[in-house]
Ligand binder design. Structure first.
Ligand SMILES: C[S@@+](CC[C@H](N)C(=O)[O-])C[C@H]1O[C@@H](n2cnc3c(N)ncnc32)[C@H](O)[C@@H]1O
Length: 250
């Protein structure tokens, strides 16, 4: 299979062709099919994507605030889409920090790139890359997963992404989940709402479970009457000393 991987910055576009033999990808075979389905969906959705994000704007603000970013820090925006989080991330890390966006959809990444060019940012970049193949030039201090369900359900992707952060880095995750049992009849609606945005829209009972297994002490806060969540954690200071997974809810 031949995949184009582009690093798009506000100022220039680098293109590298990466040849991958079938079966040699980082993720399990299912990841490839889910990725392909997602890319097809965002080919159609990209143009109207920003207009659909108004209702979740407060969640975006809360999730980014939970990263507790400081001036000069480096942050990875996983599945950054059109770069809607870039303004807030860049404001927090300032001129001396760095924002790295990664997205596999050419149509979404191109819009993120246009946003960077519009703003004239020199310390924000977006790479056209699958999360399962992400690479960064330096370790990051924080990772944002904002409405990136497909990525979160891929153990290969989550493991790789967490390895790109320094020990003690902060992680903040927001997304959709099923309502609690007493509102279960509404969960078909939740599932159907998730379909247009994901290659694999199911597994909404505990979408954070892959991350929770790798992030001891992941703290979970339900949002939107229980059909959403924000999860936060810090990477262990010494990865080899990580205790068994624990999950706290608030
Ligand atoms: C619902 S959008 C969220 C975009 C952005 N995080 C936001 O909050 O506006 C999900 C994004 O994840 C991207 N995505 C899905 N699977 C991916 C993967 N395996 N690798 C990289 N990006 C992926 C999609 O292309 C899409 O842009």
């Amino acid at each position: 299979m031949l995949i184009d991987e582009q690093t798009i910055t506000g100022r220039r576009v680098h293109t590298a062709r990466l040849t991958q033999a079938k079966g040699l990808t980082d993720g399990p075979p299912g990841d490839e099919a889910i990725r392909a389905a997602s890319i097809a969906k965002y080919r159609k959705r990209a143009a109207g994507y920003d207009r659909s994000c108004g209702p979740t704007w407060p969640i975006r603000e809360r999730t980014i605030a939970a990263l507790d970013l400081q001036p000069g820090q480096r942050v990875l925006d996983v599945g950054c889409g059109t770069g809607l989080s870039f303004d807030m991330l860049r404001e927090r890390v300032g001129d001396t920090g760095r924002v790295y966006g990664i997205d596999q959809s050419p149509e979404m990444a191109q819009r993120a790139s246009a946003r960077i060019a519009d703003r004239g940012w020199r310390n924000v970049t977006v790479s056209l890359s699958a999360a399962q193949h992400a690479r960064l030039p330096e370790p990051v201090d924080a990772i944002l997963f904002h409405y990136t369900h497909d990525i979160l359900r891929s153990p290969a992707a989550v493991r790789l992404l967490l390895s790109l952060a320094r020990p003690g880095a902060t992680v903040a995750i927001a997304g959709v989940k099923y309502f609690p049992a007493w509102l279960a009849p509404l969960n078909l609606w939740v599932y159907l709402k998730n379909v247009p945005y994901n290659g694999s829209p199911g597994q909404l009972r505990a979408p954070w479970s892959v991350a929770a297994a790798l992030l001891p002490g992941l703290r979970l806060t339900p949002t939107q009457f229980g059909m959403g969540y924000i999860a936060t954690a810090r990477l262990p200071q010494r990865p080899e000393a990580a205790p068994a997974s624990t999950l706290t809810t608030s």
